[in-house]
Design a protein around this ligand. Structure first.
Ligand SMILES: [Zn+2]
Length: 332
């Protein structure tokens, strides 16, 4: 049941119920006329507008937001995201971008940036390479420690941009579905996802190939991306924020990912490794190598596809139950 909302109506001279309605207002900012849609509280008895606590604040935020959208100005959220993305403080960020020392602080407090400065920040958000160039230009003006931290963060992000957008999107989806994903288990989940997709739809979900490493199939660029987390769950907010909305997955792709995360996703990395060690594609790619020997042999998409096509003849692999049965039979 909806909560009744009441407020004192100055027309009715009593507490009355009110409803919230959108209201269009006009405002002139820097000699330009703008139309904004805000929220008004309307008295249900007499139809006049009532003052509701919190609404003024909400509406001023709404106007600020709509103005930024209309002018293509970066949001405060995105400015604070820059700090997180590049592991940098407000003052060094200001200086690195070529602004005055307190400029970023002022923007975070609500001052609206010029289009020129806004574009610089938008570019820094979209491109670690652009940010690195800015950082390098202003290297002498910030402390070596701040420079190093920001440079390393930008470097890592830059590496993420070498991975195909489809694979980035798949990883983000897995992060959305599972609470704890270690680098090692992520590698296996990507491998199973690709394998199942190849078997069920006859085409690859993402273009990257994996290699037959000692602990199972590994997508090398993804290994480099997350290796700092070693055996711990990957906890990288920057990743999800950046890539969540970049590319949308199809229903087919999501279906496979849902099945994989609900089945393989409940096991730890060691169990998943045990499974891949008992499947043909990895075993075949490891022929000629000893157990601990380093290898860059590729598990070809063809070998992965034909293996899982065989599996799907026996297990179907379309539902969670099918896949659970397959896992049970492999791990015994
Ligand atoms: Zn009233």
């Amino acid at each position: 049941m909806m909560k009744r909302q009441c407020e004192f109506c100055t027309e009715c001279r009593m507490e009355t119920e009110y409803r919230l309605e959108p209201k269009v207002i006009h405002k002139v900012i820097k000699d330009k006329d703008y139309e904004f849609t805000i929220t008004a509280a309307i008295c249900s008895e007499c139809g006049s507008e009532v003052d509701v606590r919190g609404l003024i604040d909400k509406n001023s935020k709404e106007v600020d937001h709509q103005y930024r959208v209309a002018e293509g100005i970066i949001s405060i959220e995105d400015i604070s995201l820059l700090l997180k993305l590049y592991n940098i403080g407000k003052t060094p960020l200001s200086i690195a971008l070529g602004f005055g020392e307190v400029t970023v602080q002022r923007y975070l407090d609500g001052q609206i940036p010029s289009k020129e400065y806004s574009d610089i920040m938008t570019n820094a958000l979209a491109s670690p390479t652009f940010f690195k160039n800015k950082l390098r230009e202003n290297k002498e003006k910030i402390t070596p420690a701040a420079y190093k931290k920001a440079w390393e963060a930008a470097d890592k992000l830059e590496r993420a941009f070498t991975v195909s957008s489809k694979l980035l999107r798949v990883i983000t989806y897995i992060f959305e579905k599972l609470d704890e994903v270690t680098p090692l288990s992520l590698q296996k989940l990507l491998y199973f996802t690709q394998g199942f997709f190849l078997a069920l739809y006859g085409k690859a979900l993402f273009e990257e190939d994996c290699e037959a490493w000692v602990h199972g199939p590994v997508y090398a660029p993804i290994y480099r991306l997350f290796k700092d987390f070693t055996y711990n769950p990957i906890d990288d907010v920057r990743f999800s924020i950046l890539f969540a909305s970049k590319e949308v997955l199809t229903e087919e792709e999501k279906k496979v990912l849902d099945v994989i995360t609900q089945t393989f996703g409940i096991y730890g990395a060691k169990v998943l490794e045990y499974i891949t060690h008992n499947e043909d594609p990895w075993k075949q790619a490891r022929i000629g190598y000893t157990t601990d020997e380093y290898s860059h042999e590729i598990l070809t998409k063809e070998s992965i596809q034909s293996y899982y096509q065989e599996v799907s003849k026996k297990y179907n692999l379309k539902s969670v139950e099918d896949v659970k049965q397959y896992i049970q039979d492999v791990i015994g």
